[in-house]
Design a protein around this ligand. Structure first.
Ligand code: TTP
Ligand code: MG
Length: 354
């Protein structure tokens, strides 16, 4: 049966929240940033300012730039409010980030006169309850919905009704627009004179997989034609909760690293508690100045949310890591989550309260 999938994505999420709470930021170039820009509002984007750029660089591009320090707890809470609102429509939702998610609206849409009407109602509803705008894409699967939500940003919407409409729209767009085509893959494709999505249509599936390997070749062949069978994964429990921070200067001293590790753990832990989860797997991610990234995890036999224990595990894992200097990013993630409920209480009693 044909599916109808919606993707929503909040518009410059952190910046919109800050502007809602401080109207004096309105219509002025502004970023939410510590040492690194997390997001830029649309006025700041006109100067070429974007996420992941250093704040120093951003200020050079726009000397009048307003810089607001991130308040991640606030953004997380806002995200929970949005999640709860969306869950009133259907439970068939896969939240993929604080500010975006996929919704399978195949059944829900039957009650509406049109997809356009539903998308508009959806956006207005989020706005009414949060004072924040989002953009919506409706497609025939996840990839087409995601591309659609980006087309009329901010506070816009776009709809693909078929693979044919998707191909028509995508054929003259840059190949990089396709999900899964990163900077490296793009370079490789450009070398083979594939610049636009349409350039890829000249090659058969066999040719693409021979050239770029099975996974990448198939992805390119299918996604460029708007084919994606992956389900909206609403049944899986939340895979993980966590937090990560990027630093403008690499962390070098042990004291500084310990402090930052504690900070990022605190944020991750708050999120675990807010979601009412216990965890069995604790994972650390580190990115070094030279961009190499490592992660290391530990799985315990009984799920817990004991803060001291969890931090001990984090330290244990961290101590096992050999290279502890020039750290640009630290992340702590809890996986293998178990929802806390009265049922758990009986067999997790010891872990929880000892
Ligand atoms: P995005 O949805 O990628 O960006 P956005 O919502 O700010 O802007 P857009 O209107 O283009 O969707 O990310 C959501 C939030 O995640 C963003 O407001 C800030 C945060 N974020 C970071 O902290 N670091 C990053 O590198 C990116 C890309 C986002
Ligand atoms: Mg967004």
């Amino acid at each position: 049966m044909d599916r109808v999938i919606l993707h929503y994505d909040m518009d410059c999420f952190y910046a919109s929240i800050e502007t809602r709470d401080n109207p004096k930021y309105k219509n002025r170039p502004m970023v939410v940033a510590g040492g690194v820009v997390t997001t830029a509002n649309y006025e700041a984007r006109k100067y070429g300012i974007h996420s992941a750029m250093s704040t120093f660089e951003a200020k050079k591009l726009c000397p009048n730039l307003l810089i607001v320090y991130p308040n991640k707890d606030k953004y997380f809470k806002e995200s929970q409010i949005i999640h709860n609102l969306v869950l009133k429509i259907t439970h068939k939702i896969e939240f993929i980030a604080l500010d975006e998610g996929y919704i399978d609206i195949t059944d829900v849409i039957k009650k509406y006169s049109s997809k356009e009407k539903f998308a508009k109602t959806f956006r207005e509803r989020i706005y009414k309850h949060t004072g924040l705008t989002c953009s919506v894409g409706i497609g025939i699967n996840k990839i087409s919905a995601k591309i659609a939500s980006d087309i009329n940003k901010p506070f816009g919407q776009f709809i693909f009704n078929s693979e044919k409409e998707f191909i028509e729209y995508m054929k003259d767009k840059k190949i990089r627009k396709l999900q899964g085509v990163g900077e490296k893959f793009e370079k490789l494709l450009n070398k083979d004179k594939i610049f636009l999505v349409g350039d890829g249509y000249k090659f058969s599936l066999g040719e693409l997989t021979r050239k770029y390997g099975k996974a990448r070749g198939e992805l390119l062949y299918l996604y460029s034609r708007g084919i994606d069978y992956s389900p909206v994964d609403y049944d899986k429990p939340t895979h993980s909760v966590g937090a990560e921070n990027t630093y403008s200067f690499p962390l070098i001293s042990e004291g500084e690293i310990t402090k930052k590790l504690e900070e990022v753990f605190e944020t991750a832990y708050k999120r675990l508690k807010a979601k009412n989860f216990l965890t069995k797997t604790i994972s650390i991610k580190i990115k070094y100045e030279d961009r190499t990234t490592i992660s290391k995890a530990k799985t315990i036999s009984i799920a817990t949310y004991d803060k001291e224990k969890l931090f001990e595990y984090v330290q244990e894992i961290f101590n096992e890591i050999e290279e502890k200097r020039n750290i640009k990013l630290l992340g702590v993630t809890f996986k293998n989550l178990v929802e806390f409920s009265i049922r758990q209480l009986s067999f997790n009693y010891k872990t929880l309260w000892e």
